[in-house]
Structure formats: C-alpha cells, structure tokens
Design a protein around this ligand. Structure first.
Ligand code: NAD
Length: 275
C-alpha cells in the first residue's frame, strides 16, 4: 500500500479518487488550495487521510507539502497531479488573465509538482507520477482553447520526462477522463460555448476514480476512455482537415441535443467579461 498525494482532492474527480484510494488501503494526502474542503474530506475519511494546503502554482508550497506528508505518513510514493481549472468561453471572450490562469494552474502547476517529486522519488528509489489530463489533449475543441492547449502541452511534458527517466526508479502514467459529473463539468454545461460537452454522456467521478486508483497498481503508460471513441479522437487530432471537418459537426449535433445551448461560435453575440 502506498503513500499517495492527490492535488485538487477537495472536489470532483480528486475527492472521489481520495475515497477510492483510502478504501483500497492507501494512505492519502488531500492537497488543495481549498483547505476547508480538504480538511472536511480528510476528517470524513479518517486516519488514513490528511489535508494539506497547496496552491500548485507555488514552488515552495510543493516542497512544504511533500515534507508535511513525509512527517505524517512517510515519503510520497505516488503523486496524482489532478488539480485543474477552466474558464469557459470562446477565446475572444476571455481576458488574457483568464488564459494565463489556465496555463499557470493546468500546465505550470503539474510541471512544478513533477519537478518537486522527481528528485525525491529518485533519491528514495521508487515513485509513480500519475497525470490527470483530458481528451482535449488530443484534439483542439471549440470552447476549450487555452484549456485544451494546456492539456496538449501537459501530455507532451509528461511523456518527455517519462522517456528521459526510462529505466529509472520512477514510473509515469497519464489518465484522460472523458466528461465527468463534477463542479467543473457543471460550469461547462452552464455556458453555451462549451456545447461540445453534450456530445457524450458524462461519467460519474467514481468511475474515473476507479481507473485512477487501478493505475497505481497497473502503472499503464496512458489510459483513454472509452477506448474506441478515444482512439478516434486521437486520430482526428493528427489530421487538420479531418479536425476542421469533424469538430463543427460534432458541436452542431451536441447543440441539437441541447436546445438551450444557443448559436455557434461565429454567430454568438460577444459577451466578454469573466465567467
Ligand atoms: N470533469 C470533467 O469532465 C473532466 C474531464 C477531463 C479532465 N478533467 C480534469 O480532471 C481534473 C479534476 O477536475 P474536476 O472536474 O474534478 O474539477 P473540480 O473543479 O471538481 O475540482 C478541482 C479541484 O482543484 C482545486 N484547485 C483549483 N486550483 C488549484 C490550485 N491552484 N492549487 C491546488 N488546487 C487547486 C479546486 O479547489 C478543486 O478542489 C482536472 O485536471 C480536469 O482538467 C475533468
């Protein structure tokens, strides 16, 4: 059984993963910028869980979080880089501050976590880094411009480091959840620009949590779900003409499924402001 640090574990997929990991006998650090939420969950999960204050953008806070967990449970053996955010809206409707916020949290945050974990895990002779990415790391999507860009880049960074570290004591896995019923998905569903969300039936966070906790033991290189649709998205993302043909059609189908979703990106009235 392992000592597991999960970022963004006060809510959604991270919280469900903390539940499942404790249920399967792991000791779990619930790390989040939302300390009140993390503490509430840690108390509910009992002595195998603890709450850790962590803003993943803060390099010093990462070092402190690893030290706190080491003094409570022993050195972190599994890092699950899960925390992420979205600002919904078409690219032109978001402020540069919102674009930058996504880059800082979704890309620089997990990179900082990996760079904190790697020397420690190499020194202790074991470790596993699990990155929670997104199907948007394979294919640019309408309404997910910077979000998808951060996930493309995060996937590239993760695999580059994993290949550099091949044969060493640290292993690497990526999980790409499809749409999952969490506060993040509710935020997307409330915004017509994210209509592509309605193209598929979302999973429950417990289903994704089970895949993530399975990965602790199985150490897969990369998991997409569902496997077949996931493969299609990966292929479509490679060919620009296919991408430009398919994505507006999938969005139009999703718009028909969700009559409240409003017009597409070209006809949408400028809204601006923060979301
Ligand atoms: N929900 C989906 O449909 C979906 C699909 C694919 C991928 N994902 C990815 O799964 C991960 C979890 O998403 P979720 O849907 O559970 O989201 P969520 O909004 O329910 O939870 C995100 C958690 O991250 C925390 N957080 C935000 N900024 C932080 C920061 N700077 N430092 C530390 N913690 C921070 C929040 O406080 C929150 O507890 C994200 O990386 C997301 O991109 C989600």
């Amino acid at each position: 059984m392992s000592v597991v640090l999960i970022t963004g574990a006060a809510s959604g997929i991270g919280a469900a993963t903390a539940h499942e990991a404790v249920r399967r006998g792991h000791r779990v650090a619930i790390a989040d910028i939302d300390m009140a939420g993390a503490s509430l969950l840690a108390t509910a999960l009992g002595p195998a869980a603890c709450a850790v204050q962590l803003d993943i953008r803060d390099e010093k806070a990462w070092e402190a979080a690893f030290d706190t967990v080491a003094s409570r449970f022993g050195p972190v053996e599994v890092l699950i880089n899960n925390a992420g955010i979205i600002h919904t809206g078409y690219a032109r409707q978001l402020s540069m501050a919102q674009h930058r916020h996504m880059v800082d949290v979704n890309l620089v945050g997990p990179m900082t976590g990996m760079m904190t974990a790697l020397p420690r895990m190499r020194a202790q002779g074991r470790g596993h880094i699990i990155t929670i990415c997104s199907m948007s790391s394979f294919m640019p999507l309408i309404g997910y411009t910077s979000y998808g860009a951060t996930k493309h880049a995060l996937r590239a960074f993760h695999h580059s480091v994993a290949i550099e570290e091949q044969g060493g004591p640290v292993t690497f896995s990526i999980i790409h959840p499809p749409g999952t019923r969490t506060p993040m998905l509710e935020q997307e569903m409330a915004d017509p620009s994210s209509v592509i969300t309605f193209a598929e039936k979302p999973l429950d966070p417990e289903q994704v949590a089970s895949m993530i906790v399975d990965a602790i033991a199985k150490k897969p290189l990369e998991v997409v779900h569902p496997a077949l649709a996931g493969r299609f998205q990966r292929v479509a993302g490679v060919f620009p003409r296919l991408m430009h043909f398919a994505i507006p059609r999938v969005a139009a189908m999703a718009r028909r499924r969700s009559p409240g979703a409003g017009p597409g990106p070209v006809t949408a009235r400028e809204q601006g402001g923060s979301r």
